[in-house]
Design a protein around this ligand. Structure first.
Ligand code: ADP
Length: 308
């Protein structure tokens, strides 16, 4: 195999109460990446979209990931990469993770699957470090494996894939900028014990809910008493969307990643579509441009579309 084209899904990290430890893959939106092996130790990147992301390997998350793979291999090989991005950078929908995970998985296909899933996550985390300054795996892991994942620890890496019921996901991406660094900076460094108890009860409930396929338990556990109250002030319309979506029958939801996207889970498509109408109505009224998706949890992560 000399060339591979892969589909790289968007991901929702944090999953409300699971800050930095839970994430899930979405069927839509997704990026497309084409990778080719070349006999020179360099990475050549071409963008097939209008986002003007850097093409220097050291400044593009896909490039950084591929350079780390080349360093490990030590052979005289390199990669030609085409990125067709549909997940807007900075949306909170795992745009950088899609490129990082896509590069790692596609390179592995070309290298006859010599690396394990854990090794691919390690390579891909180098890309997340470039994008956000810290290594984190809550977008990368579900992007690679699909479904819902728990990252129990990154030092050492301990990934726990969770069962996920077929739920619908409504996403709204208001076209405002929330810098990941700002969203991290405003967080309090200390938490009250009573809040911590509530939070770990919710995380345990959410994990149990996924494992048992108990959607009521999932809904009850989608509560974040630590991060969301602080971060949601950066997202106009957040409280109204959450309250009205739940009234319309959604299980619950919250901020996707560090925002500004908001996601809501529903058990059926009709509810997911009424949630979309609520999101559209709120952002129209606020005069903020937006994009919505009604999609579902992707059981498959980065996947091959074609090979040559
Ligand atoms: P998201 O929250 O959507 O994942 P991030 O804030 O994690 O977005 O990452 C976006 C940042 O990473 C932007 O500053 C962008 O310029 C940079 N970046 C570099 N290469 C890529 C890439 N291939 N895909 C997406 N973002 C990239």
């Amino acid at each position: 195999m000399k060339e591979v084209v892969v589909k790289c899904p968007a991901t929702v990290a944090n999953l409300v109460c699971g800050f930095d430890i839970l994430g899930m893959a979405l069927k839509e939106p997704y990026d497309i990446m084409k990778l080719k092996l070349i006999n020179e130790p360099k990475v050549i990147i071409t963008n097939k979209d209008d986002y003007n992301l850097p093409t220097e390997a050291e400044k593009n998350v896909a490039g950084v990931v591929l350079l780390s793979i080349m360093e490990k291999l030590g052979d005289n090989i390199g990669f030609e990469v085409e990125i067709e991005k549909h997940i807007k950078p900075g949306s909170g929908l795992g745009s950088s993770a899609a490129s990082a995970a896509g590069a790692a998985v596609a390179a592995n296909y070309l290298l006859e699957n010599r690396f394990t899933k854990d090794e691919l996550v390690q390579f891909a985390m180098n890309g997340e470090k470039l994008a956000s300054g810290v290594k984190h795996a809550d977008n990368i892991t579900p992007c690679i494996t699909g479904g819902v994942t728990l990252i129990r620890s990154i030092h050492p890496l301990d990934i726990v894939p969770l069962n996920s019921p077929s739920l619908f996901v409504t996403v709204v991406h208001p076209q405002i900028e929330v810098k990941t660094s700002d969203a991290r900076q405003i967080l309090r460094k200390e938490v009250l014990l009573k809040d911590a108890i509530k939070q770990w009860g919710n995380i345990a409930g959410l994990v149990a809910g996924f494992e048992k396929g108990d959607t009521d338990l999932i809904g009850r556990s989608l509560e974040d008493v630590i991060i969301e109250p602080v971060r949601s002030i950066l997202i106009p319309g957040f409280d109204e969307i959450k309250t009205r979506s739940k009234e319309a029958g959604a299980l619950g939801g919250g901020i996707s990643g560090s925002g500004p996207s908001i996601f809501m889970l529903s058990t059926d498509e009709a509810t997911a579509k009424s949630v979309e109408l609520i999101m559209q109505e709120v952002f129209q009224r606020l005069g903020i441009d937006y994009k919505t998706y009604v999609t579902s949890i992707a059981q498959e992560g980065v996947s091959e579309i074609s090979t040559k």
